[in-house]
Design a binder for this molecule. Structure first.
Ligand SMILES: O=C(O)[C@H](O)COP(=O)(O)O
Length: 341
């Protein structure tokens, strides 16, 4: 088993060495090499001898520059939350929607996933199926919620995601669960839908065809509306305006959960996630222009002592990629393997 695990990890990491799935020039890249540390050996009760170390190739995983949360005020209460816990943060843009399929500007119009988007959401679930998720945040839009729910159908822990209804006292009362067993973290995952995570509002472009709009207003103007930081579409939100709600929500509601050690998945949208990634990776308003997110591709960050380390896009469960991310994720995956044997 030992050699198998080791080879799996190496194989996964090598195939995953392209893990930087953001197609933008970034200030750091992952070097596709893996340190097989003494921790790795001991976490499997292995001695180097067991793995015939002479055959082990020294791999070095080095995120040349791990992302860290932007410096905050000295008195920030987040500093008091900084714990040695490590937590996984999965960000996933919804699968293709019916309006993505028609190449229409969508923004806050609430359209569902296309058949391809449903397949993308299920594939995303397979890719994160061995990564812990204790809490899910989605936007208030159905395409993000469908993506989260479909992805969770593939998770190996088989917990039931339950959307929390706190919009009124009656909603809270009528959605209570009275059986203590089913409502435990062993059996269910709370899902919180927040409008603050909605896609940027595209104003008068919503419903227009992107190609026709480019022909009408010019490619450069449309690219500026779509990708610039502080230039809004007509009567719509700029990325900066979207960040004011999405990043504020992330810092106030999601980051404290991560700092307390909770593993979180956020299923949201191209631009609300671009604004969050801009915050996590301290991208400049120039760098964020070239940041594009594909539909249905999960991205993994490790949150450790208030710092966010981008680990790329998880691989499918057939590979041992999770073993290459962190020891804690490897042990979680091992527990799943043992539980499901
Ligand atoms: O809102 C939309 O149209 C898409 O979800 C994102 O559009 P964009 O890629 O043009 O920002």
């Amino acid at each position: 088993m030992a050699t198998g695990v080791y080879n799996q990890a190496i194989g996964a990491f090598q195939s995953n060495s392209h893990i930087n799935n953001f197609n933008h020039q970034h200030k750091f890249n992952c070097i596709g090499r893996l340190v097989v540390t003494k921790d790795f050996f001991s976490s499997y009760g292995l001695s180097k001898r067991d793995l015939r170390v002479s055959k082990c190739i020294e791999y070095q995983t080095s995120v040349v520059d791990s992302v860290s949360s932007p410096s905050r005020s000295k008195t920030s209460d987040r500093d008091t939350h900084k714990k040695s816990n490590e937590a996984a943060l999965i960000l996933v843009r919804h699968g293709e929607s019916l309006w993505n399929e028609k190449n229409l500007f969508t923004g806050c119009v609430d359209v569902p996933l296309s058949k391809k988007g449903i397949d993308e959401a299920i594939e995303a679930g397979k890719r994160i199926s061995s990564i812990p998720v204790d809490l899910i945040f989605t936007s208030a839009l159905i395409r993000a919620q469908m993506t989260a729910m479909l992805a969770m159908t593939q998770h190996r822990h088989m917990k039931v995601p339950i959307i929390m209804h706190n919009e009124s006292e009656q909603a809270r009362e009528w959605s209570q669960v009275f059986c203590k067993d089913t409502n435990t973290k062993e059996h269910s995952i709370p899902v919180i839908a927040a409008w603050q995570l909605n896609e940027r509002m595209y104003g008068e472009l919503q419903g227009l065809n992107k190609q026709e709009t480019a022909q009408r207003y010019g490619k450069e103007q449309v690219h500026e509306w779509r990708r610039s930081y502080n230039i809004p579409p007509p009567n719509g939100e700029s990325l900066e305006m979207c960040a004011e709600r999405a990043v504020a929500y992330f810092r106030d509601q999601i980051e404290p959960q991560l700092l307390s050690g909770k593993n979180v998945m956020v299923s949201a949208h191209g631009n609300s996630l671009r604004s969050i990634i801009m915050y996590l990776e301290k991208l400049t308003s120039q760098e964020v222009i070239s940041l594009e997110l594909s539909t249905g591709i999960p991205m993994l960050y490790i949150c450790k002592e208030g710092r966010f380390i981008r680990r790329g896009s998880p691989v499918a469960p057939t590979e041992a990629g999770v073993y290459a991310y962190t020891r804690r994720l490897a042990l979680y995956r091992q527990r799943l393997d043992d539980m499901l044997q």
